[in-house]
Design a protein around this ligand. Structure first.
Ligand code: ZN
Ligand code: ZN
Length: 201
């Protein structure tokens, strides 16, 4: 649920019209990493009574993604969803996804290292955080090849196939391992602009 902002330009990517170019870019980034996603699939009534429609649900990974552009600090619903859907098992985790459902806040891309300041880089890297609880790391499963986000809470298991991830490298966003794809701009949106200048909120 991306709040209206200067960046909230409806952008079509594939068969979906997103509320913002950043959402469309995240859809393209998920596609590039062969991550199955559904856009705004569900209105969730939180324990507080608030109704929340997260931006993406990743059905194979049990992960929600909320896209948040710069300067939009309202993440209360994301925090509540993360708290509600996290693992609450008292002994061994019996959740459908190891550690329960995960909520990721998806940010604007990190520029490639060495980019000139003041100029939008030709490409960047995916940037994310968690709204609540331990940090999330990107990794990939050797058994099923799925790229995913995990926390470092043990046991480290693939969220899709539950194979052990112990020996797999895990990356923070600042490690710049997951390429960000700008797939939304310039395809179908009448509002698309060339990516030549840095945009500030
Ligand atoms: Zn559990
Ligand atoms: Zn796997």
């Amino acid at each position: 649920m991306t709040e209206p902002s200067i960046e909230a330009v409806p952008t079509t990517y594939g068969n979906t019209t997103f509320r913002s170019r950043l959402e469309a870019d995240w859809a393209a980034t998920l596609d590039a990493n062969r991550i199955t996603w559904a856009y705004e699939p569900e209105a969730i009534t939180l324990p507080s009574g608030a109704v929340y429609i997260p931006d993406f649900w990743l059905p194979e990974l049990g992960t929600w993604i909320e896209v948040k552009g710069p300067g939009i600090p309202r993440v209360e619903k994301s925090i509540e969803l993360a708290q509600t859907r996290a693992c609450h098992c008292t002994a061994a985790c019996t959740c459908q996804w190891p550690g329960g459902e995960l909520v990721i806040l998806a940010r604007t891309a990190l520029p490639a290292a060495g980019s000139e300041t003041g100029r939008r880089p030709p490409y960047g890297y995916a940037n994310w955080e968690t709204p609540h609880g331990p940090s999330a790391y990107s990794t990939s499963c050797r058994a099923c090849q799925r790229t995913q986000w995990i926390t470092l809470r043990r046991p480290w298991r693939c969220r899709a196939c539950r194979s052990p991830l112990e020996e797999r490298p895990a990356y923070r966003a600042v490690d710049r391992n997951l390429r960000f794809v700008e797939g939304g701009a310039g395809l179908c949106s009448p509002f698309a602009r060339p990516h030549t200048t840095e945009e500030t909120p």
